[in-house]
Ligand binder design. Structure first.
Ligand code: HEM
Ligand code: HEM
Length: 179
């Protein structure tokens, strides 16, 4: 009998199209978040201090919120897809330590993708400076994890010579329902 809760039993050859699309959409959205982050700091701190805010601060401030919530939804959708339709097994050419590190990195990425928007939103709604500081701190840690993740993807491609990176590129996904 197949255990539907185990992703290993579901292991398809390829990522789903939905998962690949969301992966790259999140990459774009996260990049925008870092680009407009300074405006959000002004929006938040200026709001707390009761300062008059200029137009771009308000627009980019709200944009930061909308994009952040979109990232949360996209990450939840990815997790749903991963647990219902599975993910490809880790490549056999990859050494064990690298697979373990990849799993740890992926868990950390999901953790930050889910908690950052929640902490940011709570900081903003409550006007809580301490939570705002944790959000800023988390944004630096996330950058480090993303750097490690990119290094891992490139190491797989150029050093271990696996298909890991190729499998995540647009156009490599399987149609929904097919395995
Ligand atoms: C994964 C999603 C998010 C990422 C990657 C992210 C990233 C960032 C970055 C890079 C900064 C600027 C840090 C700096 O320049 O020092 C920032 C500031 C901020 N973000 Fe987000 N953010 C996300 C989601 C959200 C959401 C949904 C909200 C909801 C309101 C939010 C609220 C804030 C606030 C209030 C600040 C200013 C904090 C302060 O000045 O103490 N963020 N965020
Ligand atoms: C904002 C930046 C990024 C975030 C948040 C992110 C997030 C993630 C997450 C959470 C996974 C794990 C999927 C899972 O096991 O369910 C993943 C997989 C992957 N990502 Fe990224 N990623 C980012 C940038 C990149 C970049 C720039 C590359 C290419 C250089 C890349 C290449 C890959 C590859 C190849 C996989 C598949 C790994 C495997 O099969 O084990 N990612 N990404």
């Amino acid at each position: 009998m197949t255990d539907m809760t185990s992703t290993k039993d579901l292991a398809p050859d390829h990522w789903s199209r939905l998962n690949i699309t969301l992966h790259w959409l999140i990459v774009v959205l996260i990049s925008v978040q870092y680009f407009i982050g300074e405006w959000m700091v002004d929006f938040f701190d200026g709001g707390l201090d009761g300062k008059a805010l200029d137009g771009s601060t308000v627009v980019f401030g709200y944009l930061h919120i909308v994009i952040g919530v979109s990232i949360l939804i996209a990450a939840l959708l990815r997790l749903w897809d991963r647990f219902t339709h599975g993910r490809p097994e880790h490549c056999k050419n990859e050494p064990n330590w690298a697979i373990k590190l990849a799993k740890l990195t992926h868990t950390a990425l999901y953790f930050f993708l889910l908690t950052m928007p929640i902490v940011g939103l709570t900081a903003w709604l409550l006007g809580n400076e301490w939570l705002g500081d944790q959000h800023v701190l988390a944004s630096s840690i996330l950058l480090g994890i993303i750097a490690l993740h990119i290094a891992g993807a490139l190491t797989n491609h150029f050093w271990f010579k696996t298909d890991v990176l190729r499998n995540m590129l647009p156009g490599q996904g399987r149609a929904r329902g097919k395995r």
